[in-house]
Design a protein. Structure first.
Length: 407
């Protein structure tokens, strides 16, 4: 019987870049789409990396995995993104072993989000993990870490108020519009993009700005048409983007293009406009900021909102950290038990061999069912977990076996 190799927790690393040290334009260089993710997975073996997943959102790109060092992960990531390894190294952070695991717990809880308590990150983690799992890059050990992280996140959401209230980038956009205009009645809002962020923004507009007039534009006009029909609002084709921008008071951009789709040429000096770019990388060219009568706000500026909800969430941080500590302790207990598995399997093998040995009869040892031998092994496992007596645990297991077989 070949013992299962023990995973060295110190070989678990994370290399990442997020909003704390880089703006959205820099983070956009390291965002990764599904095609890039597939290419990264294919080449992971050449970097001696067998287990990994990549979390890429508007606020961060992080690669988690078991590797020789964090640099290997960073190099693998940068090989498949537009940004250079040099830029990434200047802006990035790394964690190793238990500290890397703790970081993942914090991210999933929303403690490391640009907006404290942002729960959308959980779905993004699940999507990233599912992608890697489909390509056989999540082994039993990494899967256990992830399951414990998700369990902690659920515990936090159920038993704390860290994610209570309505605070998100899409809601922040609506808040900004309300603050920018004394009266939003009749204001024309153009929403470009109906993906996940676009949909969240649309729902917030419907809930908090019902007196406005909304027009949807999406590259897939069918998607925009369906949403518009369901909600009784207007839509237009992407080909008429210039005309839609000209007619709007507020332009919200929630697209996912690799480069800007809106430029200064889209704006005349005849009408005041508020432009909100929720995209990463930016999909509104920086030159728009220089246009007369145009106010441009991006996702980083919106995330600086400070309101009562965020203060309430901040008060929950000690409780959240206590829950995370409990789950990390639970994982470490499982990790310690897993380290003992090869020893336990060897002892069980020896006990099975003993009762088939001729010498067993001289000790009046009766053959035991495997179920009873397993009970002896389970007792040894408990003692190994609670008492670090090394060889003494083996001797006690032998005594338990002889005692059971002699009765």
């Amino acid at each position: 019987m070949i013992a299962e190799p023990v995973t060295d927790i110190s070989s678990f690393f994370i290399a990442g870049i997020n909003y704390r040290k880089s703006d959205a334009s820099v983070r956009g260089q390291f965002s990764i789409n599904n095609q890039q993710y597939r290419q990264l997975i294919v080449s992971a073996g050449s970097f001696n990396i067998k287990n990994l997943f990549v979390l890429s959102t508007c606020n961060r790109t992080e690669i988690y995995g078991f590797a020789e060092n964090a640099h290997s992960l960073a190099k693998l990531l940068c090989t498949h993104t537009e940004g250079s390894l040099e830029t990434f190294s200047e802006m990035s952070y790394t964690r190793q072993g238990v500290y890397a695991i703790e970081h993942l717990f914090n991210v999933a809880a929303g403690l490391d989000s640009q907006i404290l308590g942002d729960y959308e990150i959980v779905g993004q983690i699940k999507t990233a993990v599912k992608f890697s799992k489909e390509h056989l890059l999540i082994d039993t050990y990494l899967d256990r870490i992830i399951n414990e992280v998700l369990a902690a996140s659920k515990n936090i959401r159920t038993n704390t108020h860290l994610s209570s209230g309505t605070v998100s980038v899409s809601f922040a956009a609506v808040q900004y519009i309300r603050q920018h205009y004394n009266d939003t009645t009749g204001k024309k809002i153009l929403l470009v993009g109906t993906g996940k962020i676009g949909m969240n923004t649309f729902r917030n507009i419907v809930d908090y700005l019902p007196q406005t007039k909304v027009t949807l534009v999406n590259r897939s006009v069918e998607k925009a048409a369906l949403l518009a029909k369901e909600n009784g609002i207007a839509y237009d084709s992407f080909d008429n983007l210039s005309g839609c921008i000209e007619d709007a008071d507020v332009v919200i951009v929630a697209t996912n293009a690799p480069e800007p789709i809106i430029h200064d040429l889209h704006f005349s000096a005849k009408k005041n406009k508020l432009v909100i770019d929720l995209s990463v990388p930016f999909n509104v060219a920086s030159s728009v900021q220089a246009c007369e009568h145009v106010k441009l706000i991006n996702i980083d500026e919106l995330s600086k909102i400070n309101d009562v909800t965020l203060k309430k969430r901040a008060a929950e941080i000690p409780k959240v950290k206590a829950i995370i500590s409990e789950h990390i302790a639970g994982f470490m207990e499982w990790h310690q038990m897993r380290k003992n598995v090869p020893v336990l399997k060897t002892v069980k093998k020896h006990l099975l061999q003993i009762q088939s040995c001729d010498a067993a009869g001289s000790f009046s040892i009766k053959p035991l069912e495997e179920e009873k031998i397993q009970k002896v092994i389970n007792g040894m496992a408990v003692k190994m977990r609670t008492q670090n007596q090394r060889g003494c645990n083996y001797i006690e297991a032998m005594n338990d076996y002889i005692s059971t077989a002699s009765n």
